[in-house]
Ligand binder design. Structure first.
Ligand SMILES: [Zn+2]
Ligand SMILES: [Zn+2]
Length: 908
């Protein structure tokens, strides 16, 4: 009987829906269902019937429904699903009468929320108060774009007949119509019929800042053939359709692909080719973070493998929350640095990555493994020797590494093979030293005895200093790691099991977890950590299958972790004004999930305040929330608003007052050490407090933003001064900061607003840039140098510099050039400034022609667009002509009798 009644109601509703005539006051009841779900002794309750349809009819999303009464008070209800679209809400409500109104809000990821007022009424002999409504959910503009672009790509490439499909996009952190574009990702995932998922590692996002265009590339693999279709800047007409295969002709690359795709062409093509040959999903994501697959990326990964083999991690060091197993002394400008920051979780904001342009080559890195029990460190210096590797490639394959696009892709393939089978062969170990003292450690890395106050400046990888230490040689361990043999399905099952376990754990607390419930967020190390050498991202797909949690919905949040850390799942449920957590980790030995008594992460602490998607992503990169990181979003806003980059310009950010916020700034600006666009110079609090607003703690001259013009070789450098806001005692600083992120300054807890000001803004030359990123010399540091620069106008600098076509700047330049570097001298700021004004200008004028000639020679016509690719903001580290260009510069410098030369990598 009951069933019949329900069916009758459904039929009636469907009829109404078909007529499109359901309105809030329509009573949907029909005769004969008087017994519907009602027991004679029950109180008379309201029942709401909702039909929820989606603009994309194949979307099967469990809608999130909330009900409030006319006084806006939340109403608890029981929800029953009858069909894919029909839901019944049952609840009790004191004093319900005919025409009582309820507000019903329906929301779903990728769709605009809808609220309707629904009246309930009794009808006929039915004692129930019944109301109904029809929700036709409209997709967001960004979701539509994701769906449409995927449908177009499917039409062009026919996903169903391909062996595999890949999507590479800038969507996510980029903005469209004023919002982040994660809904585009959601549209791609839902529109690809399971062909694309996070777990399979075939949705790669290039890291961009919000001002960058939203681009999409779809690539299908059939055997070894790759075919791509590319959509630029949110458009639905492909700007390129054709081959991405490694055997493409140079002519096709130069004259068709590069003009159609632009600066990122090499990024798309190199990632697609590495994906096609099975580069592991986590390394692919790291390469997407960097911008492309290249020698530096693969070598950086090989250096990490070498480090883990000979000097495996022991204990973590660092301030609370910021513990890391190693500290990296990087030299920005070569791609390897992005591997360390990403795969070792050695982020600059955690004071785990120091990036100073020292005289050591950009292909060199120092790792410090600090033992905080014995107060003693091991220092290992490695490099990848480009000449050696290129020669090895030539010997083994007969090919020239940078002979054109095809040979570069083959070089990449060969490198991937080396990384998989013999990573140590790509690495040169320069030094292995033991007994590093605390004082020496602090000299290299800087020292911050109390939060926010740095007493010792960091000097980075200062080889001259290291060589004077006479430390004893360290003893290698020789770890043997066996790679596990779990299938992707088995790894996915771990996610499924974790999700089911979480549902049980919450059920025991009386909480029912529904699929697609936005109140549940999973924080996990999956995707970063490995299980016996195997990537763990397939667990994401398992979690999604059960819970509907996904990164594009901001409900599955991969927390930045070093690849050797444990696989952790933390389930955070927003229950009213509280967040409840259940945490578990995967025990490798027993292959079981073990429930932990404490939460592992802290990021759940901001969930209640609805942080912007990009703020959340940046916090994930930092791996925790903290007071120190909170200003980062506001500082990035300030920079993007006040220093927008134009044609041929890119950002270079130099941190001077280092703390957690620097992970947020570098992440959201889209700069990185590996691209040579981020430096981490740790000056002392005394130095950073010297600005007009004073300083101390987090306040003061926090960094230098440089807008660098690639063509003119001139930049604008601005010193950013930060003064923290003041919030009322007892208020939640995250809640208050997130309001500020959204531009809301109305909070009563906001006692004084933060202040961001520019301490000094100067036009700078290449020599100035070199000095700034080197950290300084003698008593002149990066900040005092900029302040001391004369105020010049563009016309002061352009006549001698303008027209230079150089894009040079490569890693090779450094190693090639190091022999020519005679001295940085005891030069003071005055000396350097002098050189800019006099000899510097002459040098620039001379290099201008030399670079153009040298650059044109090796690559020839065919190489031209290839140069364009590499000259993009992703770093131009691997071009052959770059070497020539820098050699050209060096010869000119030598000829001109210039006695010093900073770093090849800076000239680009
Ligand atoms: Zn690179
Ligand atoms: Zn922090």
């Amino acid at each position: 009987m009951k069933k019949q009644g329900v069916i009758l109601v459904i039929a009636a509703l469907l009829a109404l829906i078909l007529c499109g005539a359901v309105s809030a006051t329509d009573s949907s009841t029909t005769g004969g269902e008087g017994n519907l779900d009602v027991n004679a002794s029950e109180p008379v309750d309201p029942i709401l019937w909702l039909n929820v349809g989606y603009e994309y009819a194949d979307d099967k999303i469990n809608p999130e429904i909330t009900v409030t009464d006319s006084a806006n008070k939340s109403v608890a209800f029981e929800k029953t699903k009858y069909t894919d679209t029909l839901y019944k809400l049952n609840f009790t409500y004191a004093g319900v009468a005919n025409e009582t109104l309820f507000n019903v809000m329906v929301s779903a990821p990728g769709y605009k929320s809808q609220t309707k007022q629904i009246a309930v009424n009794q009808a006929g002999s039915d004692p129930e108060f019944i109301g109904s409504a029809n929700f036709n959910m409209q997709a967001t503009e960004n979701y539509k774009l994701g769906r449409e672009v995927t449908a177009k790509a499917d039409q062009a490439l026919n996903f169903a007949t391909a062996d595999e499909v890949l999507c590479i996009t800038t969507a996510g952190l980029t903005y469209r119509n004023g919002t982040t574009t994660e809904d585009c990702l959601e549209g791609i995932l839902n529109g690809s019929n399971g062909k694309i998922s996070y777990g399979q590692g075939n949705l790669l996002t290039l890291r961009k800042n919000r001002a960058d265009p939203v681009d999409f590339a779809f690539i299908t693999r059939r055997g070894t053939d790759l075919t791509a279709v590319f959509f630029k800047n949110g458009g639905l007409t492909p700007s390129y359709q054709g081959t991405f295969s490694e055997n493409m002709s140079q002519d096709h690359w130069t004259n068709i692909i590069v003009p159609a795709i632009g600066d990122d062409a090499f990024g798309y093509v190199s990632l697609a080719n590495a994906w096609a040959i099975g580069l592991s999903t986590d390394v692919l994501r790291q390469a997407a973070f960097h911008g492309h697959v290249c020698l530096g990326t693969i070598s950086g990964q090989a250096m990490i493998q070498t480090l883990l083999k000979y000097y495996p991690p022991t204990t973590d060091t660092g301030l609370p929350l910021e513990g890391v197993s190693y500290l990296v002394l990087g030299v920005p400008g070569n791609s390897d640095d992005d591997a360390f920051v990403y795969a070792m979780d050695d982020t600059p904001g955690k004071r785990a990555y120091i990036g100073v342009a020292t005289m050591a080559g950009t292909n060199m890195v120092g790792f410090i493994r600090w033992n905080s029990q014995t107060n003693n460190g091991t220092l290992v210096v490695m490099k990848f020797d480009e000449d050696v590797i290129v020669n090895m490639f030539k010997r083994e394959t007969g090919l020239t590494a940078y002979g054109g696009i095809s040979s570069e892709l083959k070089f990449n393939k060969w490198l991937v093979g080396k990384l998989q089978n013999d990573p140590v062969s790509l690495v040169t170990i320069v030094k292995e030293l033991d007994g590093l003292t605390e004082e020496q450690y602090h000299y290299l890395a800087g020292y911050e005895p109390e939060k926010g106050n740095t007493t010792v400046e960091g000097h980075g990888l200062d080889m001259d200093y290291i060589n004077t230490l006479n430390l004893p040689k360290a003893t290698r361990q020789n770890m043997q790691y066996t790679v596990g043999n779990l299938t992707p399905e088995q790894i996915k099952q771990i996610g499924i099991d974790a999700a089911k376990k979480a549902i049980e754990l919450f059920k025991a607390m009386g909480i029912t977890i529904e699929k697609d419930d936005s109140r549940l967020t999973v924080l996990t190390s999956a995707g970063y950590v490995r299980l016996n050498g195997q990537p763990t991202d397939m667990t994401w797909d398992g979690l999604f299958d059960i819970l509907g949690t996904r990164l594009s919905r901001a409900t599955l949040l991969p927390v930045h972790s070093a690849l050797w850390k444990s696989l952790i799942f933390e389930f955070a449920y927003e229950n009213g004004t509280k967040v409840l957590t259940k945490t578990m980790h995967y025990d490798i030995a027993t292959q079981k999930l073990v429930v932990d008594s404490k939460a592992s992460y802290s990021i759940e602490g901001v969930l209640l305040y609805d942080p912007p998607y990009d703020a959340l992503m940046a916090w994930l990169f930092h791996n925790h929330i903290c007071g120190g990181s909170s200003p980062g979003y506001l500082l990035t806003d300030y920079i993007l608003d006040n220093y927008p980059v134009g044609e041929d310009e890119k950002y270079i950010y130099v941190t001077t007052l280092d703390n957690c916020k620097d992970d947020i700034i570098s992440y959201l600006l889209g700069v990185s050490a590996g691209s040579g666009t981020y430096y981490n110079i740790r000056l002392t609090t005394t130095d950073t407090s010297a600005g007009s607003n004073g300083g101390g703690g987090m306040n003061g001259m926090v960094g230098i933003i440089i807008k660098w013009n690639e063509k003119l070789k001139i930049g604008t450098a601005a010193i950013i001064n930060w003064q923290s806001p003041d919030f009322a005692r007892g208020s939640n600083s995250y809640e208050e900061y997130i309001k500020l992120y959204k531009g809301d300054t109305s909070s009563a807890n906001l006692l004084s607003l933060h202040k961001i000001s520019v301490e000094a803004e100067r036009l700078i030359t290449q020599e100035d840039l070199a000095f700034i990123v080197s950290g300084g010399s003698g008593s002149v540091n990066s900040l005092s140098y900029v302040i001391g620069l004369p105020v010049r106008s563009l016309s002061d600098l352009i006549p001698v510099q303008g027209g230079s076509q150089s894009d040079g700047s490569t890693s090779q330049g450094t190693s090639t050039g190091s022999g020519l570097i005679t001295s940085t001298g005891s030069g003071t700021g005055g000396f350097f400034r002098g050189s800019v004004g006099t000899t510097g200008a002459a040098v620039n004028a001379a290099t201008q022609t030399t670079i153009t000639e040298a650059g044109a020679q090796p690559a020839g016509d065919a190489g031209k667009s290839y140069e364009v690719t590499q000259a993009g903001k992703q770093g131009s580290d691997d071009t052959p002509w770059g070497t020539y260009a820098v050699v050209g510069i060096l010869s000119v410098l030598a000829l001109a009798g210039i006695g010093f030369f900073f770093k090849g990598s800076l000239f680009g």
